[in-house]
Design a protein around this ligand. Sequence first.
Ligand SMILES: [Zn+2]
Length: 341
Amino acid sequence: MVRVIRNGKRTYPRAGRLRELAIIAGMICGWRRNNAPSPLERIGKYLPSCLDEPSRRFGMYLARRKLERDLNFQEVPGSHTRLSPVVGSRAHELALVRNALAENPVLEEFERQLYQAQNWHILRYDQKAEIDALAGHLFASYINKYGNCGLTPDNAVAFRESKDPNAHYCGDVIPYDAEHIQNTWRVYAIVYPHPNPGAAYDYGRYQPVDIIKFHEFMHVEERTKEVPDHRCSPGIEIMTMLKSVMLLDEIHKKVNGIALNGVVDYGRFIRIGDVVQPLGCVTNVYRLLEKEHGSLGAAVTCPESLHYLKLGAFRDTAFSMRGDSMAAFQQRPVQLVPCAG
Ligand SMILES: [Zn+2]
């Protein structure tokens, strides 16, 4: 300790400075003590405290994957989750059709004309057994393209059979859009007895169940996994309905020994403006275009198809007509095969 004697008084200058320093150091330590991090915070500095969130998400992911397996068609017939190879497999075709539809209102009218109950009722009821056998075969061969993922005609679409052997069936695809743990995204395709069998039903005609299944199955193929699609969106029934009538036409011809390129008069017409096409011509035109373009989406949207719908002309004039009545059509040099029965 340095002692200085000034004017007879003893003073300690270094000790004073040390006291000041001690006071400042105490103030700093006190502040740090009051704002000290908790032991958990100190650990969190080295182990990220956000670990909780990923583990919660991972748990959700595992639960969802389990639901996606448990709710898929192998377990629940007709139900297709994100794991189903069917969902979205033909979504690009629907996108093509929708793009074309935005610029060609003729497609909107085509859809309205196609999507009528009467177009379903073109087969003869008394040929039910042969029709069912062929329809079953057509559906089974169509789904074959999904290889060995466990898809069968029985689990591809759910079927609620009626006890009434003469029941009339209809189908639907129900979306479960909400993406959360209890309600994992999926679509459910089902064919069930018509709630009002008398409505718009032409007795004496038969609508095979397997072609309704085929139709609903196509809706599943055309639906994207990302965007929830609504049942009544424009363009959604063009390809499904077109394919349905093409298949019914094919079945009728096979059962009755008519050549596939023959034109059958079903008494049904597609009327777009003043262009009227017998359904039996429309089926032939699109069967040809589908074969040439490799897909129904490309067939519907190709320039030749749009030209046909707008003007009623397609290559060989035997497929074409303009007019507003059956009489006008009958005057055309088209060989019609009557659909008797
Ligand atoms: Zn449909």
